[in-house]
Write a protein that binds this ligand. Structure first.
Ligand SMILES: [Zn+2]
Length: 363
């Protein structure tokens, strides 16, 4: 049985409190940005970002990145992605080359000094710390593997608790002692928990990664997944301008039924589902409301440090963007409350336990 959010457990009360923190509960320590190619071409505040992405020189996606279904006329073609008629998950299309993806993760976006201006980086660190503290109570004893560990903020937070934690990230800089610059499937071992914190949607073969997780998590161990919810109210309201569409870094746009059934099919028992605690929910509303205004101000860009922005911003335009965000806050809070109550929040969080008989063989 799935436990909803706000069930009155202490954890959920904490999650509810974090809704205000959510203003700066930023898209994780993972790449989640506007593509560098747009940095050099047109400023993102002109036109529609999904339409702009759909024009890159790359072949259309030929199959669903989630279920492998071959795309045809029966699938729903949208700007920058194709929605699978079989499983409901959308795949980014055109399908970017490794080089195009590499450009989208270029170092400008994650400068050594930090990404966010003001207290942003500190708040990000604190929210990762709070996440580690909460998971620390939930996860069984033993080592934790963070998939798509980015700059290691979550790994560091676990290690401050005395946990053995290792991260894996093909785009890792290589200078963090506990982050391996590798693909997840190259990691072996027996892990008490595997965490995909806003990373599954970045993978070319996310189901293969989940299957690998079922291989390396010990019986009784846990799988933790947080991903944007592609059928959330904010995804439907903001469409091509939804923050978490994030083309091309997000290669799959996952729905809760597809995610939950896949996890169960792999031999995990789902213990908790939340449409709030994956973070980014309130920020998704704020970003989506602000970007509707004249000039399409990009709030996510505006809160980043000057050197980490995808487009140059004048001080006045940035002030306008931040003021718009302050004005939009009440509406964003209402949107968040409604979608979370409707179990249609901007992210989905899943906590699942591996049963003794995990199914890890490819179909
Ligand atoms: Zn599919």
């Amino acid at each position: 049985m799935h436990t909803g959010v706000l069930t009155g457990e202490p954890d959920d009360v904490l999650a509810a409190r974090s809704i205000v923190k959510g203003l700066i509960y930023l898209p994780s320590a993972k790449p989640a940005f506007t593509a560098i190619e747009r940095r050099s071409e047109a400023p993102s505040r002109e036109g529609n970002p999904a339409v702009a992405y759909s024009r890159i020189p790359a072949p259309a996606a030929s199959e669903c990145a989630w279920c492998g279904h071959a795309f045809g006329a029966g699938d729903e073609h949208r700007n920058g992605r194709i929605r699978c008629a079989r499983c409901g998950v959308a795949t980014t299309s055109p399908w970017p080359s490794d080089e195009q993806l590499g450009q989208a993760y270029a170092p400008w976006y994650r400068p050594v000094a930090g990404r966010f201006s003001g207290v942003g980086d500190k708040v990000l660190k604190r929210t990762r710390s709070a996440l580690a503290t909460r998971l620390q109570r939930v996860l069984p004893q033993g080592p934790i593997l963070d998939v798509g560990a980015g700059d290691g903020t979550l790994v560091d937070a676990f290690r401050r608790h005395g946990r053995e934690a290792v991260g894996v990230d093909p785009y890792a800089s290589g200078d963090h002692p506990h982050i391996r610059a590798a693909e997840f499937e190259e990691m072996t071992g027996a892990w008490s928990a595997v965490v995909f914190w806003h990373s599954l949607e970045h993978l070319r073969r996310p189901v293969r990664a989940l299957r690998h997780a079922a291989d390396v998590v010990v019986p009784g161990g846990m799988l933790i997944v947080a991903v944007p919810n592609a059928t959330s109210m904010q995804a439907r309201v903001f469409g091509d301008r939804w923050l978490a569409l994030d083309l091309p870094r997000h290669l799959v746009h996952i729905t809760p039924p597809a995610l939950l059934s896949q996890i169960e099919d792999l031999g995990f028992r789902i213990e908790k589902v939340s449409y709030l605690r994956g973070g980014q929910v309130l920020f998704g509303w704020l970003h989506g409301l602000v970007v509707q205004l004249p000039g399409h101000p990009d709030l996510y860009d505006a809160i980043r440090r000057t050197e980490a922005r995808q487009a140059a911003q004048g001080a006045l335009f940035r002030a306008y963007t931040l003021a718009a965000a302050a004005a939009a806050l009440p509406a964003a809070l209402v949107g968040t409350a409604i979608e979370v109550a409707a179990r249609s929040g901007g992210t989905i969080y899943v906590q699942a336990r591996r049963t003794a008989a995990a199914v890890t063989q490819a179909p």
